[in-house]
Ligand binder design. Sequence first.
Ligand SMILES: CC(C)(COP(=O)(O)OP(=O)(O)OC[C@H]1O[C@@H](n2cnc3c(N)ncnc32)[C@H](O)[C@@H]1OP(=O)(O)O)[C@@H](O)C(=O)NCCC(=O)NCCS
Length: 412
Amino acid sequence: MGEASHPLGAGTLEVRAVRGPEVAVARALAGAAFADRDPRPSPVPTGPVPAPGPGEPGALHWVAVEDGAVVASAAARPRGQWFGGRRLPVVTLGGVAVEVTHRGRGVGRELVGGLFAAARDAGAVACVLFPSTHRFYASLGCGAGGRRPVFALSTEELRQRLPRPRGDAVLRFAEPRDAAAVAALSAGRAARGQGFVDHDGLPGSPPEDPAGPGAFVVETAGVVTGWCLLHRKPATRAGAAYDLEVADLVAADADSELALWRGLVADTPQALRADAVVPAGSLLERRLERLQAPVENATWMLRLLDVDAALTARGWPAGVTAEVVLDVTDPLRPGDDGPRRLHVAGGRATVEPAPGAAADVAVGPGVLASLFTGHLDPVQAAHDGLLDARVDAAAVLRTLFAGPPAVLARAF
Ligand SMILES: CC(C)(COP(=O)(O)OP(=O)(O)OC[C@H]1O[C@@H](n2cnc3c(N)ncnc32)[C@H](O)[C@@H]1OP(=O)(O)O)[C@@H](O)C(=O)NCCC(=O)NCCS
């Protein structure tokens, strides 16, 4: 997308990619908006960003400039996100901040709308984000995609309840040479699950960086079969030296997962509490019967930037052949509206314009995004009036979008 200028109020608002000298101002602005922890780094990336793959979008850092001053900033980074066993080129959005005195005048909407269009033009089929203001993003066509359920686990309970793994899994600190194996484990989990975002590299870990996070792997018969990333944080209860935050944990099989959990509590005897994402149906959820309410259950949201490309790129249930005519009204694709025929067979889909065809389902982009991730059940959504669908078409969509609960394992 080219640079846009929009009159807004008295001044002239320009929404565009950041220019060199503006970067520091934009970072300070985002840092101020998100300064809930001290010290909290700016969510606008400061380090090198991963190079995009062929045909994938690069990093985008956009600003809104009014009367020559930067008044808002937002950043998007290229990633893969997995649906139905396939990896889609998406961007993750973060650091969206409008200068306090400029809020509530449509600046945020212009900025994020411009960034969405630019990301779409660069080849991203969707944008994923953790909203702090759900309504703001809903008004921009984003839909709830899933949750990130974090539970406060008792390390005592982990010690008592988890059985000894079979086999001879050995825990050790992760090393740079493990990067490929860890990436493969993460890709395997992403292909089994729904909504996972690409693994983003191994951090430095002790003993290489004594203050850094703990990154561990388990090896079984010389092969890396699991990994986890731990942070220590101030204790919430008397008697503990610190709490643990399990930032990520992936295992190839149940024994490796048990070895990781047992290893990490054994390594941290001073911790009473470990905060970790525990998805519904996971091994830990089955083992720990007394899980209390999650301490965090952030909703993440998805914006389908290119509906046809996203429907074509994702995986679909094997053994299902179906056809549905969708009418998706989306302000991001003006002139491109109208019925589309979604044809699914052999785990793949094609989407074609179907001018004149009667739509089986009429839906807006936010609700479609929630169906896409499996977060919203189509039959229930039709019942609730969230989409206009023939009863049999809603049932077909239920079969097509079925999958495990969509989870973002790691915050970004
Ligand atoms: C959230 C934020 C980016 C919105 O920017 P903004 O320029 O004030 O928003 P806009 O004026 O463009 O509003 C666009 C829409 O979002 C809604 N909206 C904006 N801020 C909202 C809020 N705090 N609560 C509920 N709705 C909000 C508006 O009502 C408007 O919708 P409507 O006009 O159809 O009702 C801005 O308030 C901000 O910087 N907040 C602090 C940082 C933050 O929370 N960022 C989001 C990170 S995920």
